[in-house]
Structures are given as C-alpha cells and as structure tokens.
Design a protein around this ligand. Structure first.
Ligand SMILES: Cc1ncc(COP(=O)(O)O)c(C=O)c1O
Length: 444
C-alpha cells in the first residue's frame, strides 16, 4: 500500500495499537481522518464506505450532530462527577430511559442498569454480579462460569476466561471457567439463510458440564446470542431456548453478551427480543452511545437486583464500580443516541433491510474460495477457504483490496464480517457486495 502521504502526519512509533500487527501496519498504514453518515474519509481524501459500523458500534451512522451537541452541553455544564455515594441526574435519567427499551420488554424486568466504560467491563461486571448473586441467595459455592468455544467477551481476565478464542487466552492466567462447544458447523449448515437448522443438541453441553463440575459450583453461563468477533457464528434453531431451560433446571444464571447485538443490529432492539429468550443479565456497550463516547451497561433482572438489596441499609451491596460508571458526558451521548434511535426507528430498521441484505450477500455464493455465507439481521459473514499454511492471508488481502477500492470490512481469520450502520441504504448494500465480489475474484 502507499505510504501515508500527508506531510504533517504524526510519527506512528508511539501508539502501541490494539489487536494490530503494529510493524506491518506502521509500514503501510491506513489512516482515517473524518466520518459522516455511512462514509469515512481517509487522510488522502478518499471516501471509504463503512461496512462495519466502525467496530460494530456506530449504529446511527457517523457525525451525528445531536450527539455532539449533547456532549458539548454536558461538558460545559458538568464535565465529571462521581457516582460512588454521590449521584447526578443525567445518569439516572439515562438508566430510566434505557429501562424503557430494555431487552425483552417490560415483562422481562431486565431494567436495573449498571454502567461501565466498555464491553469488557460490562462482561466482567456481569460475571461478578452473577457470582455475588449466588452468594446472596445462599449459593456461595457457585463461582465457576461456563462460556463457549469461539466466544468473545472482551479482554478482561473474566472475559478471556469465559471466552473461547485461543490467541486471547493462551498467554494469560484465568478464573475458573469451562466451555461448551461452539455452534459453527459448516459441513451441515453452509449457506444457511438466517438461523442454521442443525446443532440444537450442542446446548446439551451445558448439562454435560453440570455433570462434570456439579451444578453447585456453577454461577452462570454466558454466550453471545449471535457471536460476532469469531466470524459471525449463529445459534442453531432452538439452541438458546434449550440453554435457558437447562440453566433454569440447574439454578444457573443465563447471561447474554449483547455488546454487538444490542441496539438494533438484528432488526430488533436486542437479540433477547429477536429470539424471545430472556436471560438474567445482558451486557451492552458499543451502540449504547453510537460509539461516540466509551460506555457500557449491564441490564440486570429485578430478581438479581432485589436479591442483592439485602442486609443493613448502610452497607454497600456490591463492591464493584468504575470511576466512569454513569459518566455524565457518556450519559448525555447515550440519551441523544437513544433519541435518534427512537425518532428514526433505527432499532427495528434492520428488519426491513434484512431480506435485501441476505440476498445480496448470498449472491456471492459460487465465487472461488467462498465456503460459507452467514447472515442475520444486518450482520453478515463470508467464510473463505484458507491458503495452505497461511490462515488469514486470503481474507487479509481482500480486506486491503476493499479498502483501496473504498470499502471498510472486517476480517477474522479467513472470515469477512460485515455490520454496516443501521442507516445503510439499499444501493450501498449493492456497493458493498460488488466491491467484495471483485476483491474475491482478484484474491482467487
Ligand atoms: C460480544 C462482545 N463482548 C465484549 C466485547 C468487548 O467490548 P470492548 O472492546 O468495548 O471492551 C466485544 C467487542 O467486540 C464483543 O463483541
């Protein structure tokens, strides 16, 4: 790729970039300078269509004035105030508004909100709440958490322990956890449109792990209802319902990690709504503030919250929290984001585009090296066969090629993952697929 061309560009030496091959990137950087709507503009002035909503987070599209104004207003009114034994109205206001759109609707009672600073913090918060809840109800031996292979739950020690991506785990020590098998089954389910038909029996892994460890050692099971970062892995039909039933039978809390699926990604406000399966805790971040200001939130059920609100009234019920829990500026961004979602119908807009999206993606079937295409709501994945001895190389070439042609996609291994802003138009879906199709032909 061309070297960065702006004369006044900063040195790239000092920023140790996350989840990046630093030396490769710095030798041939891709630098974005501005963003509006569904487009970025890079430092050379090229427009780049955002096929990934940033990093699955800019659901309402870029450069939303309403968010910027709310942030500025809040910054100049009160930049920061603590939420430990103190409060400020805007955090309570945001929590109340979130409660109104909470996963599963009013009947699910998932309307107690714990604020965090990111998805990783939301996950570690949910795991800690689950363990603390079990102790509060007299089940203090339940400290193990069950996750799943290929799961991604951020990068905290809790999140990597329950996560199932080997590169995120192999170097670091972990908390007690075990894992169900993942649900990706290309042999049986390749090119499924929407949910795959095969694999409900994989939910029985939870029961097997209960048999192995003893129910009395397990606090919770955490899954992404639709797993994004591992390359879009969908739950087989009936799978989540089965997990819920086993968890109930065994006294295990069910946590849905909706950091990606929350806020409209599947064409419903949350995946909880899409599947009609109600967990006990839901982790969110990303679309919570449209990616504009870092923030996360855990939705807890009243059952969980109420069980913790015991003991002397002057006792802190949960020894957990972050300096930035309920940050006023992030709360302002979040409220403005919710208003945009509501006014523009974005939390359900994906449902109207899902069919077009599905057909567009599946039109790539038959191109060489395409071994599977998966889709749900406004999420898509194109899985490629790997080059001999070079896993990820083919998809990386496609990624670089697409960027040069003005499209941002995301790749994990040899899977291309797509999640455009929810404001995407049909002709732009066509553009995404056509640029990828051309790149796939060149990468053959
Ligand atoms: C399902 C899921 N959980 C947790 C996280 C971690 O979020 P963050 O990067 O904000 O810490 C992510 C990030 O992609 C995610 O996809």
């Amino acid at each position: 790729m061309d070297q960065i061309s702006k004369a006044n560009s900063p040195s790239l030496d000092n920023f140790w970039m996350p989840f990046t091959a630093n030396r490769q990137f710095k030798a041939a950087p891709r630098l974005l300078a501005s963003a509006q709507g569904t487009y970025y503009t890079d430092v050379d002035g090229n427009k780049v269509l955002d096929g990934t909503a940033g990093l699955w987070c800019v659901n309402a599209g870029h450069g939303r004035k309403r968010i910027a104004e709310a942030v500025e207003r809040q910054l100049t009114t009160m930049d920061f105030a603590p939420t430990f034994q103190m409060g400020h109205p805007i955090a309570f206001d945001f929590a109340e508004r979130l409660a109104k759109v909470a996963p599963g609707g009013p009947g699910a009672q998932l309307d107690r909100v714990f604020f965090t600073g990111s998805g990783s913090e939301s996950v570690d918060t949910a795991l800690k709440i689950a363990i603390a809840y079990q102790r509060a109800i007299g089940q203090g031996t339940r400290t193990r958490i069950i996750g799943r292979e290929k799961g991604y739950h951020g990068v905290g020690f809790g999140g990597i322990s329950v996560g199932g991506l080997v590169n995120n785990r192999r170097v670091f020590p972990q908390i007690p956890a075990d894992h169900m098998r993942h649900t990706l089954d290309v042999d049986r389910n390749a090119f499924s449109k929407g949910l795959p038909a095969h694999g409900i029996e994989l939910a029985e892994d939870l029961e097997r792990l209960v048999g192995l460890h003893g129910a009395e050692t397990i606090a919770a099971v955490i899954v992404e209802p639709m797993s994004g970062s591992a390359g879009v892995v969908l739950p087989p039909k009936g799978y989540l319902e089965r997990l819920r039933a086993i968890a109930d039978k065994c006294g295990i809390l069910l946590i849905f990690d909706e950091v990606i699926t929350g806020f409209g990604r599947l064409g419903t406000p949350f995946a909880t709504d899409y599947f009609g399966v109600v967990p006990d805790l839901v982790t969110t971040a990303k679309g919570l503030t449209n990616g504009a200001i870092p923030m996360g939130a855990v939705f807890a059920s009243r059952k969980v919250y109420d069980a913790m609100m015991t003991g002397p009234e002057n006792a802190i019920e949960l020894f957990h929290g972050y300096t930035y829990s309920g940050h006023p500026v992030a709360s302002a961004a979040g409220i403005a984001t919710l208003e945009i979602y509501e006014e523009e119908g974005l939390l359900t807009r994906g449902a109207g585009l899902a069919e077009t999206w599905q057909e567009a993606l599946h039109s790539l079937k038959g191109l060489s090296n395409v071994v599977d295409i998966r889709n749900l709501g406004l999420v898509g994945a194109i899985e490629l066969s790997s080059r001999d001895g070079a896993v990820g190389a083919r998809a990386y070439d496609v990624f670089v090629d697409c960027f040069k042609k003005g499209l941002l996609i995301r790749v994990t291994g040899d899977t291309i993952a797509l999640s455009p802003p929810l404001i995407i138009e049909k002709d732009q879906i066509g553009t995404i697929v056509s640029i990828i199709g051309d790149a796939l032909k060149r990468a053959a």
